[in-house]
Design a protein around this ligand. Structure first.
Ligand SMILES: Cc1cc2nc3c(=O)[nH]c(=O)nc-3n(C[C@H](O)[C@H](O)[C@H](O)COP(=O)(O)OP(=O)(O)OC[C@H]3O[C@@H](n4cnc5c(N)ncnc54)[C@H](O)[C@@H]3O)c2cc1C
Ligand SMILES: *[C@@H]1O[C@H](CO)[C@@H](O)[C@H](O)[C@H]1NC(C)=O
Ligand SMILES: *[C@@H]1O[C@H](CO)[C@@H](O)[C@H](O)[C@H]1NC(C)=O
Ligand SMILES: *[C@@H]1O[C@H](CO)[C@@H](O)[C@H](O)[C@H]1NC(C)=O
Ligand SMILES: *[C@@H]1O[C@H](CO)[C@@H](O)[C@H](O)[C@H]1NC(C)=O
Ligand SMILES: *[C@@H]1O[C@H](CO)[C@@H](O)[C@H](O)[C@H]1NC(C)=O
Ligand SMILES: *[C@@H]1O[C@H](CO)[C@@H](O)[C@H](O)[C@H]1NC(C)=O
Length: 637
């Protein structure tokens, strides 16, 4: 969806009254000290989970450094359906673009990343999907750590999720499975809060066409089928990692310090322990001030996201020597996996013209109608603006006998993992392309959810303010191309069911002319984009793997003092929009930090009574040293 520029400007900049947070600093001069137990880089989706959980223990001090501004009062980050106006190219976006995408006719596309408290969870489209249990079980197999498996990871759901009533308070019986949800956690999740002309037609199509099945709850570990969309919305309002994990009661903690408008430029090596470089310092800048330094007594946790995290590692000399040499950075630890294996979900917004005026299109064409809806939202948080862009989503597998799967290893995570996705929107929803000035639209956005394409993010120069070269390499494999082609055929088939007869006019624009494989491919090349779901650029792997950036405990391999907790550690894209699985990964990540430091336990051991950095390797350090040594001898090729 694209709001006319003048409209979004209005909404982005008008702000609701902002309560002052005690420990929210807008300038480094406000920091009470420059040494903390933990320093978290990036107050994004995962970073705020970690900040919240670590600061639960009053004796542990935590600093979070965020490049963007506060989310407080940013209306478009509060009113759900205005969310898409926050990207791309706004003050709340990093304004990245990709390198020329070969399969996209060498188009360069915007690559949105949230730049504010909450990170991308403050600007995303709020679709909340957990993926399949097979995704997590595959993460466990890849890392050799059963703790990443579904049986263990689902324990974090009650801690994380606060199931909430939809904005319109409708009866939700049969639209979700209560036992799959948490009611006491922090992030609010709800079913659609405003009904659309698509809803009943989709339900009826599922009755009519055998090819399509209903899934009562795609977040139960079994994701296949079409079901009611769940979103990170509560009380008709966006729930982000900032609103949920850094609420006023959390910001009151005197041991938690959050600094905004400060960009980390480099991690600093502070020593060598057992031949392994130790990183306990970092440098950051603000728009008005030169480099400042802070120290983490225990750990630095990188939560800067799938672009920011590998960028910071590389700026600090942790990366592939050839990548670093090219931009004149001295290698401290050679790990060619840093920034590689970037993977993402390609996006194709298939537009169909529909009859009547029930689609949301008119809302975003007419300032008057938009204002009426904003008034309504302000009054009681209801109406179309209280929902996200979709009420129904489907995840699908290719048939087992599909020729697309012939001769290749099934790229899905397992029999419950999906190959592709369909999302139904009651409006024009092509990112970056303004809606036509008349007409009503149904968008069926499709994606390859188990893509085999892999790309990279590497530095363009040693300047930390220059954007890195981002190449998600979308649709660069045959599997991805052929599956994307298949998604359009499936979408076109879906709307041939009788419930659409009185509503559908027909495919719109280039889609109308994409009638054979050749023209479908041309249509894809000209129109595909991205879901902005990059993962894998600093992936976790087993302790003895010859690749990977972190170990299964999310500690950065080959160095001491660094951990990564964000979407970059996911070994491959989940069968899902990644925020929900990421929240669970971040919850466990925070637990891993806690369990590796006795400061968090009720009965500190004698070792813990001296929490300062000890140069004598403890038993654990020694084990880590041996592993790190083995690892570094493997990757120094
Ligand atoms: C437009 C858009 C729509 C999306 N829609 C959905 C959706 O509907 N559903 C879904 O599940 N997922 C969606 N996603 C993806 C999802 O939001 C992300 O996968 C997830 O939020 C990533 O979390 P993260 O913690 O890895 O990174 P982020 O949440 O991006 O956090 C990284 C944080 O680090 C900060 N940072 C980066 N570099 C530095 C630095 N050098 N110094 C200081 N701070 C730094 C950033 O400003 C940011 O706050 C969407 C993403 C976008 C951009
Ligand atoms: C943003 O918030 C302010 C303050 O509450 C309000 O006056 C204004 O109407 C809001 N704008 C939008 C677009 O809701
Ligand atoms: C992104 O673009 C917007 C609009 O041009 C601008 O206001 C903002 O400062 C830019 N942000 C960055 C990080 O460059
Ligand atoms: C990318 O990931 C694959 C496993 O999916 C691994 O075999 C390969 O070594 C990785 N590449 C790099 C450069 O890390
Ligand atoms: C919310 O307010 C609108 C008017 O702005 C009204 O039409 C609607 O019925 C109200 N909804 C509820 C649940 O109160
Ligand atoms: C796959 O099997 C189905 C029925 O089981 C059949 O209708 C279809 O033609 C088969 N497709 C291929 C490519 O063999
Ligand atoms: C918009 O209006 C023009 C002129 O009336 C018409 O030809 C066109 O089909 C309309 N477009 C849509 C999408 O309805």
């Amino acid at each position: 969806m694209t709001l006319p520029n003048a409209l979004w400007t209005l909404f982005c900049f008008l702000t609701l009254a902002a309560p002052a947070f005690s420990a929210l600093y807008t300038s480094p001069s406000q920091l009470p000290r420059d040494t903390f137990d933990y320093v978290i880089v990036g107050a994004g989706t995962a970073g705020n989970v970690v900040a919240n959980r670590l600061s639960e223990v009053a004796s542990v001090t935590v600093l979070v450094i965020e490049a963007g501004v506060t989310n407080e009062g940013v209306n478009a980050s509060i009113i759900p359906l205005l969310g898409p106006s926050l990207t791309p190219n706004t003050p709340f976006d990093w304004n990245y673009t990709t390198t020329a995408q070969k399969a996209y006719g060498n188009r360069v596309i915007p690559y949105a990343r949230g730049k504010m408290l909450g990170g991308s969870s403050s600007v995303n489209y709020m679709v909340y999907t957990r993926g399949s249990s097979d995704d997590f079980d595959a993460y466990a197999a890849i890392t050799g750590d059963s703790g990443w498996g579904w049986e263990n990871i689902k324990k974090y759901i009650p801690k994380h999720e606060r199931w909430s009533a939809p904005a319109d308070q409708h009866n939700t019986k049969g639209q979700f499975t209560p036992s799959a949800h948490g009611t006491d956690g922090l992030l609010q999740v709800s079913l659609p809060g405003f009904s659309t002309p698509l809803d009943q037609r989709i339900v009826d199509t599922l009755e009519e066409m055998e090819e399509f099945t209903f899934v009562e709850d795609m977040n139960s570990g079994s994701t296949l089928g079409i079901g009611w969309a769940q979103s990170s919305i509560g009380g008709g309002t966006r729930s982000s990692s900032a609103t949920a994990y850094l609420g006023p009661n959390v910001m009151e903690r005197s041991n938690l310090h959050v600094l905004v408008k400060s960009q980390v430029t480099k991690l600093l090596q502070t020593g060598i322990r057992d031949g392994i470089p130790v990183f306990h310092g970092l440098e950051f800048i603000t728009t008005s001030e030169g480099p400042r330094r802070v120290t983490a007594r225990k750990e630095i946790i990188l939560s800067a996201g799938s672009i920011g995290t590998p960028q910071i590692l590389q700026l600090s000399g942790i990366g592939g020597t050839s990548d670093l040499m090219r931009v004149g950075i001295k290698t401290i630890f050679n790990n060619p996996s840093v920034g590689q294996n970037l993977s993402d979900h390609p996006l194709l917004a298939n537009e169909y013209s529909v009859k009547g005026t029930e689609s949301y299109d008119e809302i975003f064409r007419s300032p008057t109608i938009l204002n009426t809806n904003i008034e309504r939202w302000l009054q009681n948080k209801t109406g179309p603006l209280a929902s996200c862009i979709s009420n129904h989503i489907g995840f699908f597998r290719l048939p087992d006998n599909s020729t697309i799967l012939e001769g290749i290893e099934d790229p899905s995570s397992g029999p419950k993992g999906a190959h592709f996705e369909l999302i139904f929107s009651n409006m024009w929803a092509t990112p970056g392309i303004p809606a036509p000035t008349n007409g009503s639209f149904l968008t069926i956005t499709t994606s390859v959810i188990s893509p085999t394409s892999r790309g990279s993010v590497v530095l363009a120069s040693s300047d930390p303010l220059e954007q890195p070269l981002i190449n998600p390499n979308l649709l660069s494999t045959n599997f991805d191309k052929l599956t994307m082609r298949e998604t359009i055929k499936v979408a076109n088939r879906f709307i041939t069911a009788s419930p659409w007869k009185d509503y559908l006019i027909g495919p719109f624009g280039e889609l109308a002319h994409a009638t054979n494989d050749l023209s479908l491919d041309a249509y894809i090349a000209a129109n595909a984009g991205t879901f902005s779901h990059p993962v894998g650029s600093a992936q976790m792997s087993s302790k003895d793997a010859r690749y990977g950036v972190t170990d299964p405990d999310l500690k950065v391999k080959g160095v001491h003092g660094l951990r990564i907790i964000d979407a970059s550690v996911m070994p491959f894209p989940p069968s899902a929009h990644p925020q929900a699985p990421l929240y669970l990964i971040a919850e466990r990540g925070a637990d891993l930090v806690k369990s590796s430091n006795t400061a968090f336990s009720d009965n500190p051991t004698s070792e813990d009574k001296n929490p300062s950095l000890s140069l004598t390797p403890s038993y654990l350090d020694l084990a880590g040293t041996i592993v790190a040594f083995l690892f570094s001898s493997l990757v120094h090729y």
